[in-house]
Design a protein around this ligand. Structure first.
Ligand code: PLP
Length: 362
């Protein structure tokens, strides 16, 4: 089967050049005599792979030496627990902005550890917008404010970061990291699962301001969840997700070769405009998100009926466009247009939507 345009929200479409490159070196990595899957994580070859990946990420996101970069496992979901355990004392107040399902899950883990307060929520509006946050909304003694930068399921995104005063800002940027410029210096901590926009599943990146590593951590916190331990061991306290780090390294190199994050953002804005412009003039397709909060990476849209949705998804699949079904909790459709999705894929999707609306349903 030919490669389709894959609009999956994650794991997601990877540029084919990267897959080819991985394939070329799959059986024997140059100079190593074995595959990356088979080599020791203490080997010279792997030490270089992980160091290069970190350097590349630092260049791409302008990460200063004030921040540590960690390559971890457990997904973004593990960070829902690691963040409160490392950045707050047991029972301490923490603040959360609830803008979607993942934000809600982060809050729930925060509640296990301390007094996690939802300072704002867009749940009553079906998470269709990003509520404004001002310093007055926050608890004066909050250990941090946690936001979900891009809401993968509901198709919303923070286009400006909330002002938090002296309260550290923690953000889950899983689905927009490397897709748009993110001001790292405005954050105390950023985390992201790689499988949306940075490579395959199995790797989670944490970017943390180094002074936060000095904090006393409750003795009950498992070693594997301690940022300081991971930082002191160069993310290799135990066996890291070697192959996922290797693939992420290739992806980071690809982003650099293609002009960096600014160029990615420009491309992604062109892609999203194709979709949103079409949807906005359409009588049939609808996007429920407040315009100023629309996601650049996950474009959600609905059709008038369930039957239409099913028929449209079938038609798109027939034309080589897969994984356009919306998240199971919201229904409808969703086009995830991460860095790996070429503009041609989005053009093909818009053409398909147009044809469907005009009654040309093949
Ligand atoms: C996908 C996603 C998650 C969950 O990631 P896992 O790696 O599956 O734990 C969390 N937050 C956001 C914003 C996501 O898009």
């Amino acid at each position: 089967m030919e490669r389709a345009y894959n609009f999956s929200a994650g794991p997601s479409m990877t540029p084919v050049e990267i897959l080819q490159q991985a394939k070329e070196n799959l059986v024997s990595y140059p100079g190593a005599g074995c595959s990356v899957m088979e080599m020791s994580h203490r080997s010279v070859s792997f030490e270089k792979i992980i160091a290069d990946a970190e350097e590349s990420l630092r260049r791409l996101m302008h990460i200063s030496e004030d921040y540590a970069v960690l390559f971890l496992q457990g997904g973004a979901s593990m960070q829902f627990s690691a963040v409160p355990m490392n950045l707050s004392r047991r029972g301490q107040t923490t603040n959360y902005a609830v803008t979607g399902q993942f934000a809600g899950k982060a809050l729930a883990e925060g509640e296990r550890w301390g007094k996690a307060v939802a300072v704002t929520s867009s749940k009553a509006d079906s998470f269709s917008h990003i509520p404004k946050i001002t310093p007055e909304l926050l608890s004066p003694d909050a250990a941090y404010l946690h936001i979900t930068g891009n809401n993968t399921i509901f198709g919303t995104c923070y286009h400006t970061l909330p002002r938090t005063g002296s309260i550290p800002l923690v953000a889950d940027w899983s689905s927009a990291i490397l897709g748009c410029e993110i001001d790292v210096a405005a954050h105390a901590l950023i985390y992201a699962g790689a499988q949306k926009n940075m490579g395959p599943a199995g790797l989670t990146v944490v970017i943390i301001r180094r002074d936060l590593l000095e904090r006393e951590v409750d003795p009950i916190v498992p070693t594997m969840l301690r940022y300081r331990v991971m930082a002191e061991n160069g993310s290799m306290y135990n066996t890291p997700p070697c192959f996922a780090i290797y693939m992420a390294g290739l992806m980071l190199q690809w982003v650099e070769d293609n002009g960096g994050v600014a160029a990615m953002e420009r491309r992604n804005r062109e892609k999203e405009a194709l979709l949103y412009d079409f949807i906005d003039q359409s009588e049939m397709f609808h996007n429920p998100v407040a315009k100023e909060d629309r996601s650049i990476m996950n474009v959600i849209f609905t059709l008038p009926t369930q039957e239409d949705t099913k028929a449209f998804l079938r038609m798109a699949e027939g034309r080589g466009m897969i994984n356009l079904k919306g998240h199971r909790s919201v229904g409808g459709c969703r086009a995830s247009i991460y860095n790996g999705m070429p503009k041609e894929g989005v053009e093909a999707l818009v053409a398909c939507m147009k044809d469907y609306e005009e009654g040309l349903r093949r």
